[in-house]
Structure formats: structure tokens, C-alpha cells
Ligand binder design. Structure first.
Ligand SMILES: [Zn+2]
Length: 177
């Protein structure tokens, strides 16, 4: 299974790295190399990491991913779910002021910097309109997407797979009823 880019935001697609394949959850970020590959392909990092992701950073990403996917689709419960996200984030960083007068955070080392950049990614996903961030309505699908359709009524992560399956199931139910 290759990485999925169906969420319309890399922070959402980070949550889409544990898809259900033939009835079982598959972790596409099973090792640090996979995380590095995902980061490169996501196009998210503004600066190239100075070293590959370590095993501790991978474990950190797994915690963040689990908490973030709950928070993104939690609706009114989002503030509560955010506690889990912020618990996962615990890290060391120092504030710096930038040339244009903003406050930025710098990681203590390359791994902390990588985690900070991923924290920015999570924040970016949480900044999207929550009413348009939803989980696919497919029966066994766990994928999340940001609905960029004009009507804002998109239900499936992909029309060709989950959408068609739902239509076929409805048709089957109708014809067998
Ligand atoms: Zn789906």
C-alpha cells in the first residue's frame, strides 16, 4: 500500500497513514525510514531535516497521529480531545524572535526540530473549518478528508472506491428488498 493523499491537507493525510486494508489496520509509518519518506513526499517541511527521524520521534508521531485523528473529527468535543494532542506534544523548544517580529520556536536538536515542524502540521490541520473535516462514510473506511467541494456535502474519501461501494450496497439492498 502506498501513502494516501486524499485529505486535502498533509496534516489530515498524516492521520490517513493507518488505512484499513482487507479488514485490518495497516501502519504505513511502521519504521523511521517510512516516516522520512512520508515527510519528503508530503512537501510539508520547509527545511530539510539535518538527520533522519529516530525511533523515539516515530513513537512520538504515532501518539500525535492517534490523538490528532480523534480531535479532527470530534466536533463539539474537540477542546476535550485537544488535551490528548497536547499531551502527545510534550517537547523541549526555545522561543526566538524572528526578523519580522514574530515569536517562533526552535527545537533543541534535529529530532526536536522535526517534531516541532510536525506540531505545525497538526496545528494546520486543526485550523481547517471543522465542519468540513470528516471521516469517510464508507462502511469500513477510516480515512479522513477536508471537504473542498463547493456544496460541502462530500461523504466519501474517494468516489471511485468508497462512494461506488456505498451506491452498490444501496442498490443491492433495494433490489433484494
Ligand atoms: Zn473511504
Amino acid at each position: 500500500v502506498e501513502f494516501l493523499w486524499v485529505g486535502n491537507h498533509p496534516g489530515i493525510d498524516l492521520c490517513n497513514t493507518v488505512p484499513v486494508v482487507r479488514g485490518g489496520a495497516v501502519d504505513l509509518l511502521a519504521d523511521p525510514e517510512a516516516l522520512d519518506r512520508w515527510l519528503r513526499l508530503s512537501g510539508w517541511l520547509r527545511r530539510d531535516p539535518t538527520e533522519p527521524a529516530g525511533i523515539a520521534t516515530l513513537a512520538w508521531v504515532h501518539r500525535l497521529r492517534a490523538a490528532l485523528s480523534e480531535a479532527l473529527v470530534a466536533g463539539a468535543d474537540r477542546p476535550v480531545r485537544l488535551h490528548a494532542v497536547n499531551d502527545a506534544l510534550q517537547d523541549r523548544a526555545r522561543p526566538v524572535v524572528t526578523a519580522d517580529g514574530r515569536i517562533d520556536l526552535l527545537g533543541d536538536d534535529a529530532q526536536a526540530q522535526l517534531r516541532l515542524d510536525l506540531t505545525g502540521l497538526a496545528a494546520g490541520a486543526l485550523a481547517l473549518d471543522p465542519a468540513r473535516v470528516r471521516r469517510c462514510a464508507g462502511a469500513h473506511c477510516v480515512l479522513v478528508f477536508f471537504d473542498t467541494s463547493r456544496s460541502g456535502t462530500r461523504r466519501w474519501h474517494d468516489m471511485a472506491t468508497c462512494g461506488n461501494r456505498a451506491k452498490a450496497a444501496t442498490h443491492h439492498a433495494r433490489t433484494t428488498a
